[in-house]
Unconditional design. Structure first.
Length: 273
């Protein structure tokens, strides 16, 4: 697989996804969004699809990738705000409780302090808003490129739910996605071989496809998007900022929670608005 580095879209292999999985993933994530302003963390195809129905802000730490995504959007008559910020080191730069949705695709696992970034996201989402997170589901979905950003943290269902709870979120849905992609991912056959010319510059959901790819798309639309399976290539969580965090650093609390020694404990409390 050769990938055009000028493309604003990450190669499917960097997502640990199959070609058909990467092509259908943006529509699946967008189907879970609420009406209202949407923040997309990381320049990706989700921004193009979400911009058709939402006011979108895209935040990415890579200026070149943002510019390429903006050029691509203008060619298709789409508009959204592009902000170059590093969420690891900077605030998101959006008003508190303003966003109805935040989408985090192929980003959370690359951050040095995922909980701190989730806390910043928590402040930006309105009380009944939604956070949609996609991470790779299994350690065997290893990457074949480091084109996006550095080392990658591994999650499973339990650890992802714990991160969300620790950051003040209540998990509404946590499920696997792309069941049929598991054998291909294990074998390392995640993507079809494409040249760097022509269709590779297009987002995956706009590329020409063969009859077998259309059959795969049918599977995703009719079955996979609606039915959760015990395993899959991706792990998708939908959460809402239901909880307020209270940091407790007293010695009494540390003694009462020996398993959490040396860590910050959080008391969940109902949100008061």
């Amino acid at each position: 697989m050769t990938w055009n580095p000028d493309s604003p879209f990450p190669p499917p292999s960097s997502l640990g996804e199959t070609e058909s999985g990467a092509r259908n993933l943006p529509a699946f994530l967008c189907s879970m969004l609420l009406p209202g302003p949407t923040l997309v963390l990381g320049a990706c195809e989700v921004a193009l699809l979400a911009a058709r129905d939402h006011d979108v802000v895209v935040i990415d730490w890579n200026r070149r990738r943002l510019n390429r995504l903006g050029d691509f959007a203008r060619e298709r008559g789409l508009r959204f705000d592009l902000v170059c910020r590093d969420p690891d080191r900077q605030d998101l730069g959006v008003p508190d409780r303003y966003m109805s949705n935040v989408v985090c695709l192929d980003t959370l696992e690359r951050l040095r302090d995922d909980v701190a970034v989730l806390e910043r996201i928590h402040r930006s989402i309105e009380p009944e808003g939604r956070l949609v997170v996609r991470v790779r589901a299994q350690p065997w979905t290893r990457e074949t490129t480091e084109a996006i950003r550095g080392p990658v943290r591994a999650y499973d269902s339990e650890s992802l739910r714990e991160r969300l709870t620790e950051s003040g979120f209540r998990t509404l849905q946590l499920r696997h996605w792309n069941l049929f992609g598991v054998p291909a991912t294990i074998l390392g056959n995640r993507v079809a071989d494409r040249s760097t010319r022509g269709e590779n510059a297009l987002p995956s959901f706009e590329r020409p496809r063969h009859w077998w790819e259309s059959a795969a798309d049918y599977w995703f639309r009719i079955v996979e998007n609606h039915v959760g399976f015990p395993t899959g290539v991706s792990l998708v969580a939908v959460a809402t900022p239901h909880l307020e965090r209270v940091r407790v650093r007293t010695a009494v609390m540390e003694r009462s929670l020996p398993r959490s020694s040396g860590r910050e404990a959080y008391d969940p409390m109902p949100t008061s608005r």
